[in-house]
Design a protein around this ligand. Structure first.
Ligand code: FAD
Length: 447
């Protein structure tokens, strides 16, 4: 079976390399080969030696990268898959707000790559990709190694537009964490919250849209409030927002009033929330209407695609990567797929759940493209749970489908938690949040 597949793949590649593409296959008399799929414009298939397995390189072992690597192997074991990820262990952003509150420990949200290696036969190299040579279909690693690929998947997450918050920069994140890439930044914010003086002020500055995990800042505020309520009950929380509204706003505000009284003040952009500059030395935030001195300051800057996507020229003028929304193949460079937060995936939000779903769709597309079968279309889902309190969960879910080349929401599918629900309902959703986390972590890093 495997042998047949490889022979078929080599033949298709040979034909594609001669420039005949898919139409020739259909024209061969008595040919039982499946139709060669339509490749993106300018796409080519790199010739491999006959019988040689295909090699897919994946940049990043986060939600998108772990998902695509595992599912390529699930769909076609003969494909060699190599993940390049600098970290030995990966701390997830989902659950990191729960960690800030002390509801879970760091181990709960930290995973390694042993299942990808040992159960699925994925090679994991702990290094950084420093260069993508799209023409030669090669990546260069920090240590100088060069890897050839037939298909490359880029899932590097986000980078920050520090320059859009005057006074904030990568140089000051060791005093003023963004904690929007989990790991040392999360640990720092955890420590600062515990060292904050009694009755002190925690100030958060969330960015404008689009950004990673739209409810993320507001779940964080909720979890900080949960911690303060127990350990620092006279503390204050001020949110200086670059936006006029935010995800699940009514539900968050209902929960805040119920659980935390007037501890949390949310100031939208038009009421003085828009940050003009910060003074990192004094942790003071200046807005059009006033200044706010923080004891603990959490600035979440505006975002863009991960650095390597820029270096490889995969981004548009807004800083995100345009892709074919069925295959996730870049619209700029053929044979390179971009998934997760870096990609422009239609209506799907930038979330771990989306990135994992895109990883599965992209895996199916890559295996089809390598094997010359039709690329499937799939409906897929994003669910986002947030904890407002330890026993108080809320959620939003949506179903997506491909329509005229764009990922759009399916009308009438999904929905948000109801306003005014009772404590038992909120407790049930908090339990679902825990279950969602365990299930996705199990899928991507443990099974
Ligand atoms: C506070 C917070 C809470 C969140 N909560 C939720 C939630 O409840 N539910 C949810 O669905 N989503 C949530 N998210 C969003 C989720 O974390 C992201 O959407 C998700 O991680 C995106 O996956 P990704 O694969 O694109 O990037 P990531 O998961 O960030 O993975 C990118 C990986 O690429 C690696 N990398 C980067 N550059 C290179 C390179 N050059 N070479 C090699 N490796 C590289 C990085 O080390 C990193 O491990 C939350 C986010 C935050 C900040």
């Amino acid at each position: 079976m495997e042998h047949t597949m490889l022979k078929r793949r080599s033949l298709i590649k040979a034909m594609a390399a001669t420039g005949f593409g898919g139409t020739l296959v259909a024209a061969l008399p008595g040919c039982t080969l499946p139709k060669v799929p339509m490749l993106s414009e300018g796409s080519s298939v790199k010739a491999r030696k006959s019988g040689e397995p295909a090699h897919v390189v994946v940049i990043g072992g986060g939600f998108g990268g772990a998902s695509v690597a595992k599912y390529i192997k699930r769909f076609d074991k003969s494909v060699n898959v190599t993940v390049i990820e600098p970290k030995q262990t990966y701390m997830t952003c989902p659950g990191s707000n729960w960690y800030l509150a002390g509801l879970v420990n760091a181990d709960f949200i930290t995973h390694d790559y042993s299942a990808l290696r040992n159960k699925h036969g994925v090679s994991v190299i702990h290094s950084m990709v420093t260069k993508i040579n799209a023409g030669a279909q090669q990546v260069t690693l920090k240590d100088g190694r060069v890897l050839d690929y037939d298909r490359l998947v880029v899932s590097p997450g986000i980078d920050f537009k520090y320059e859009e918050v005057p006074g904030y920069s990568a140089d000051v994140i060791d005093q003023i964490p963004h904690a929007y890439q989990a790991g040392p930044q999360t640990e720092l914010l955890y420590k600062q919250l515990r060292e904050m003086p009694q009755g002190g002020t925690f100030v958060m500055c969330p960015p404008g849209n689009p950004f990673r995990c739209p409810p993320g800042p507001y779940e964080r505020v909720s979890m900080v409030a949960d911690f303060f309520k127990r350990e620092n009950p006279t503390a204050k929380i001020v949110i200086l927002d670059a936006k006029e509204k935010f995800s699940k706003q009514g539900l968050f505000q209902e929960g805040w009033a119920q659980l935390y009284g007037d501890m949390i003040e949310w100031i939208p952009a038009s009421s003085g929330g828009k940050v003009k500059k910060i003074d990192a030395a004094t942790k003071t935030v200046y807005t059009e209407f006033g200044e706010y001195k923080a004891d603990v300051l959490n600035v979440i800057p505006p975002q863009k695609a991960g650095k390597i996507a820029f270096a490889a020229g995969l981004t548009n003028d807004k800083g995100w990567c345009p892709v074919n929304q069925q295959t996730f193949e870049s619209k700029i460079h053929p044979n390179i797929h971009v998934i997760g937060d870096s990609s422009i995936a239609g209506k799907m939000p930038k979330s771990g759940h989306s990135a994992a779903s895109q990883g599965k769709m992209c895996a199916a597309a890559i295996v089809s493209l390598l094997n010359g079968t039709t690329v499937p279309t799939a409906k897929n889902v994003n669910t986002c749970y947030s904890l407002v309190g330890a026993d108080y969960g809320i959620s939003v879910a949506a179903v997506y489908q491909l329509q005229d080349g764009n990922i759009v929401g399916v009308k009438g599918a999904g929905g948000v938690s109801p306003m005014g629900a009772d404590a038992a309902f909120r407790l049930m959703e908090a339990k679902y949040a825990d279950g969602w986390y365990k299930a996705i972590a199990m899928d991507l890093w443990h099974s």
